[in-house]
Design a protein around this ligand. Structure first.
Ligand SMILES: *Cc1c(COP(=O)(O)O)cnc(C)c1O
Length: 374
């Protein structure tokens, strides 16, 4: 008889059989963060914006907290509110700053705005006056990114305003590197000079400078609080050199079908790949709707038992095809799309993007299996 119970087990079974599995190693994230904190040699934040770079902020944040992290950055107020409860007694700051109407939520949840314009500064100062509280703030200065942050002209205007920081406790002055992953870019040195200039206006206020790659640029990029994100999640902070970080994610998917095609036949949309010989084609239920980017068409590889197999044809929305002619892979066998040999950086290279985009695109249809959950 078909009962609720059998439906439950059938669902479990189907789920296991059909759907790709994304394994996320929280212990590796904690190890990577500790490694970065040791390199920095001082307070080191955890950057957990975009749902912890796509890996689950509510899982990552407590893990970093247990590793000793007490400073956290997200991009949006809503992201901060979502994690506030799992990281007690910690600084939690919003990189994108504060908008009119958000002041009471920042204050109520004890969230720190990173202010990047005179208007934001005025907004937060007015709320401090209204609530008769001293409120924490981080001041973002622009040293070359030209997105957020006080410009040199705005800093000059601030100098004339004695009351600019009344009621505010400036926790850090911060800036963000433009080209930290390119050690030879002269922009890095320019930003050190501009940041030092700007910081003179804030004597005795601690500084926050390096992101992941910035921690590998040398001691002049050191500051009081480092802000690494990507490297904690296994992205290589030193492109072109061996990745010093532990891999964090592994993505594998079962083969749904294997079919034989003759030389001259094509595979997938637009016939974007033509078999040069009689070939065995394996189809996986993973596509660009899962963040397995369409730009990977005819470019990526997967692994079967340690052997590389090429992606052939277009990545479609829900399906991708691999040439398994040279390996004994059959229906129900698993291919690894991301693993220790072929990580997020290698996949990014094939797609013409970076590891950040690969991670933050990882789909919601994967079965997510965490190890090291607290
Ligand atoms: C995202 C971000 C970081 C972290 O950068 P990674 O390159 O991921 O280490 C640090 N600071 C700011 C301002 C950011 O936006």
């Amino acid at each position: 008889m078909f009962t609720k119970r059998s439906a439950f087990f059938l669902c479990l079974f189907w789920h296991d059989l059909m759907s790709a599995v994304l394994e996320i190693d929280l212990d590796a994230i904690a190890d990577n963060w500790r490694d970065l904190a040791t390199r920095h040699g001082g307070p080191t934040a955890g950057v957990i914006k975009a749902d912890g770079y796509g890996l689950g902020a509510l899982k990552v944040a407590p893990k970093l907290w247990a590793a000793g992290c007490r400073h956290f950055f997200v991009a949006h107020l809503s992201e901060a509110v979502a994690v506030r409860g799992v990281i007690p007694d910690s600084m939690l700051a919003v990189l994108n700053g504060i908008l009119p109407g958000e002041e009471s939520a920042f204050a109520a949840y004890g969230i720190v705005p990173v202010v990047g314009s005179l208007a934001e500064l005025a907004l937060w100062r007015a709320y401090a006056a209204l609530s008769k509280c001293v409120l924490p703030v981080i001041v973002h200065v622009d040293t070359g990114m030209a997105r957020l942050g006080l410009s040199p002209a705005e800093l000059t205007r601030l100098r004339g305003d004695e009351a600019a920081f009344d009621g505010l406790d400036v926790l850090y002055v911060m800036t963000h590197l433009v080209s930290a992953d390119r050690a030879g870019d002269p922009m890095n040195g320019f930003q050190v000079v501009r940041f030092n200039d700007a910081c003179r206006q804030f004597p005795r206020v601690p500084r926050s400078f390096a992101n992941s790659s910035g921690l590998f640029l040398g001691p002049v990029f050191g500051s009081d609080l480092a802000r690494p994100g990507a490297a904690s999640y296994g992205v290589n902070p030193v492109p072109g050199q061996a990745n010093p970080m532990r891999p964090v994610v592994r993505l594998s998917a079962p083969i749904l079908q294997v079919r034989e095609i003759e030389a001259g036949e094509t595979v997938g949309y637009e016939g974007a790949w033509t078999a040069a010989r009689r070939s065995r084609i394996a189809t996986l239920g993973v596509g660009y709707a899962d963040g397995y980017l369409r730009a990977l068409s005819n470019k990526a590889i997967a692994y079967f038992n340690g052997e590389p197999v090429p992606l052939v044809g277009r990545v479609s929305m829900d399906l991708t095809t691999f040439d398994v002619t040279d390996v004994p892979a059959g229906v129900g066998d698993w291919l690894e799309l991301i693993n220790g040999l072929h990580g997020v950086d290698e996949l990014a290279l094939a797609a013409g993007t970076n590891g950040y985009e690969i991670l933050t695109s990882l789909g919601r249809r994967y079965q997510r299996r965490y190890s090291g959950v607290l």
